[in-house]
Design a protein around this ligand. Structure first.
Ligand SMILES: C[S@@+](CC[C@H](N)C(=O)[O-])C[C@H]1O[C@@H](n2cnc3c(N)ncnc32)[C@H](O)[C@@H]1O
Length: 367
């Protein structure tokens, strides 16, 4: 296997040269996930984590970085022997006392407890979720990556039903629905064990979703968290959308169009604004190659939390009313001056998040 020497954060890493897995290149490393690893390091630092688990570590980049850049115990695991060997080399290279293991992930989790359990799989994280929920200490963090965005976002609705027990919907804000399905599914799994998993930070970046969930061993909190599990109703005729519990589901939209439904999904905040501010501070103070991008992301995500309605695609709104598009800032200013909240969203450059109803938005865009 041909290796190259790189530096992420404060850590030296030996990683495979090619990104494609093959016989010659049997260990996984994706340089495109550096932003996600930078944010994980910052999240672990501000959370006072004592014991971190990189469950599906590949070359060990995330776990080795946490061991080096956060003052805590780390277990770095991969089922692949060649990955395990490389993890050990990376631990030695940085002079760390992190522990490498070569176990099946669920077996490792059945015997250990962590303050931060990180799942970064190929595709869907679902096969590891139950064990990871149960292996995370009270008050700890569960970090989840999902790259099966085609299932979560509605390209393969059957795969979403099978893996996440939820119906996706190919709306213009499908990526937001996908993230909310992932968070909602995890919360429902956790609730079976009287555990709550509340998102403190989540993002959708390029081909993946990433969420950080605060784990609490509390029957009351898990019961309360289920208030955030609902359906989303969308009207393809006028682009109206509404959040509804099972008792509130309506067949028809005010415009006469038929509602299509998605869910169950998480309809609460997908990040905690205070945690975002702490992250921003930590990212600004530390050495991170993706600092600029990460700070912009955390700032945007903090602002978005003021509005729980899914975002609108402004081009679609203008197309509906057959008017030429106007700049986003003008629309946000107009909505604000009419007393509505309005923000950009990290999900899309043409995304507008607002608490105005769809008819109120059309009114403003037309005048
Ligand atoms: C997407 S890669 C991890 C990438 C890594 N976290 C990074 O930041 O570069 C997923 C890894 O999970 C490992 N894996 C897959 N199934 C596993 C299982 N059941 N138990 C443990 N490791 C597993 C694979 O060998 C692979 O290295």
């Amino acid at each position: 296997m041909e290796l190259t020497d790189i530096i992420e954060g404060n850590t030296r890493l030996l990683v495979p040269v090619g990104e494609k897995l093959s016989k010659k290149n049997p260990v996984f490393f994706n340089p495109g996930m550096e932003l996600s690893r930078d944010i994980s390091v910052a999240a672990a630092r501000i959370s006072g984590v004592n014991r971190f688990c990189d469950l599906l570590a590949g070359s060990g980049a995330r776990g080795v970085r946490i061991s080096n850049e956060v003052n805590c115990d780390v277990v770095v695991n991969d089922i692949n022997k060649r990955a395990y060997d490389l993890i050990n080399r990376n631990i030695e290279l940085n002079n760390l006392n992190a522990k490498a293991t070569n176990l099946e992930a669920n077996i490792l989790l059945s015997n250990e407890r962590f303050d931060f359990t990180d799942i970064d799989p190929f595709g869907s994280p679902t096969r590891f979720l139950e064990s990871a929920i149960r292996a995370t200490n009270n008050g700890g963090i569960l970090g989840i990556t999902a790259t099966d965005t085609a299932a979560l976002c509605g390209t393969y609705p059957k795969a979403c039903r099978r893996k996440y027990d939820a119906v996706p919907l190919r709306t213009d804000y499908y990526n937001e629905l996908g993230l909310r399905i992932l968070i909602g599914f995890t919360a429902r799994l956790a609730a079976r064990y009287d555990i709550s998993t509340i998102p403190i930070f989540s993002h959708c970046t390029r081909h993946y979703f990433r969420t950080y969930l605060r784990v609490s061993l509390s029957g009351k909190k898990s019961k309360d968290s289920l208030k955030n599990i609902n359906f989303l109703q969308h009207c393809f005729n006028c682009l109206n959308r509404r959040i509804a519990s099972i008792d509130e589901i309506r067949e028809k939209c005010e415009c006469g169009g038929r509602f299509r439904n998605s869910g169950l999904l998480w309809t609460g905040n997908f990040a905690d604004s205070e945690f975002c501010r702490l992250l921003e501070g930590e990212l600004s103070a530390g050495k991170f190659n993706k600092k600029k991008e990460a700070i912009k992301l955390t700032g945007m995500i903090a602002n978005e939390q003021a509005i729980s309605n899914p975002y609108y695609n402004i081009h679609k709104l203008f197309r509906k009313i057959k008017r030429p598009a106007r700049p986003m800032e003008d629309i946000i200013d107009r909505l604000n001056s009419e007393g509505f909240k309005a923000e950009r969203t990290h999900f899309s450059g043409t995304g507008l998040r607002t608490d105005a109803s769809v008819s109120e938005i059309y009114n403003i865009l037309e005048n």
